[in-house]
Design a protein around this ligand. Sequence first.
Ligand code: PHE
Length: 450
Amino acid sequence: MSIKKHDHAQWSSSFGFVLAAVGSAVGLGNIWKFPYMVGESGGAVFVLTYLVCIALIGFPILVAEWLIGRRGQKNPINSFADVAISENKSSAWGIVGGVGILAGFIVLSFYSVIGGWALNYITKVGTGSFVGQDSDAIGTTFDAMLAAPGTLTLWHTVFMVLTALIVGVGVTGGIEKAAKVLMPLLGLILVFILGYNVLNGGFAEAVSYLFTPDFGKLNGDVLLAALGHSFFTLSLGMGIMVAYGSYLGREVNLLKTARTVCILDTVVALAAGLAIFPIIFNHGLDPASGPGLIFVSLPIAFGDMTAGTLIGTLFFLLITFAALTSSISLLEPSVEFLEERTSMNRTMSTIVASSVIWLLGVAALLSFNLWSEFTIMGNGIFDILDKVTSKFLLPLAGLAAILFVGWQLSQDSVRRELGLSDGAWSLWQIVAKFIAPVGVLIVFISSLMS
Ligand code: PHE
């Protein structure tokens, strides 16, 4: 969720801030991406690696990004550069913020395509298309959507326009109020689907699939996928959390707040896994079927349960909402950048940024149909945009943030800012100076070798 300068006072309560950060973090990454990555990357071994990455790498980097933002009080590029200069370090650190803005720009292009799928499914579920349908028919519906460039473009456009309107008009205040009601409602529906699964079978199998790791499946690819996803899901490496930090009051406890955000984000992802995999196993679907996973599994349950049309419609509506609170946070940095660095006003900046992103999104969605032949090393445009950001840009920008806080800033000031006692401070230093950066490097190297 984007925060305006004039909203500063609002963030003196850390609740509003947590809400904004959770709004950005919880989105399609948790409900759409996490389950299919689990399915593609060997089940529980991915889940376990992902949890370790969140705790030892994502968490400290989240703290580092907020800390830089709170000190810098500016956009990500200037926050990095100014904080570096104030510590007699090179202003070239500003480049990290620039990489982040570029990454957010790319992520939004394909994010909006998936947001469009969710919008399209509101209408499909809402008109009862899936009632009484078997899994084959539901799979065919999904494949037909992917094969139709016009349909994909239409819904991608609607999603992008909604995002641009919210950012351009700056109605984030209303979005925050809505988020307070709608995000918990999304949680409630997930719990409801869990209940349905417990009653309808496949639940025990799903639990063991998600939580009993087969370490034979661990390799560099799984590690890199888990690491990349931990950045994606916490909105790290894109300057977004740096920007949010710049609106944070001094009194907010960074470590506690980061813990809350990490826990909430993880709980939603795991709940989404438990909502989806029982249906997959119950209906003999393939867990490794990729980005379509939630769209071919959940409609089976909605088509089968009492009041499924209503619950399913609500579910896709709420996912769309969760996606919008993330997508506005993805668009904001590009818009702010144009607004500050060019002569364009806010409206113009929003139109220009979202048009270019929209165009890139169209190229991404064509890779599902007309341009499916065009691949680089086996990856279509959609996959390339996803992989370049999740597996390279985000981890590298995150690595830079933690190296900056761990090795470049005066450690006394960091300690004061985090308010840590002796023992906790030693632990923080071990994690921030060594475990997190070395972890990112090991994952990179092992993925190059596997
Ligand atoms: N974290 C969001 C999600 O999980 C996606 C996102 C990534 C949002 C990066 C903002 C920045 O859906």
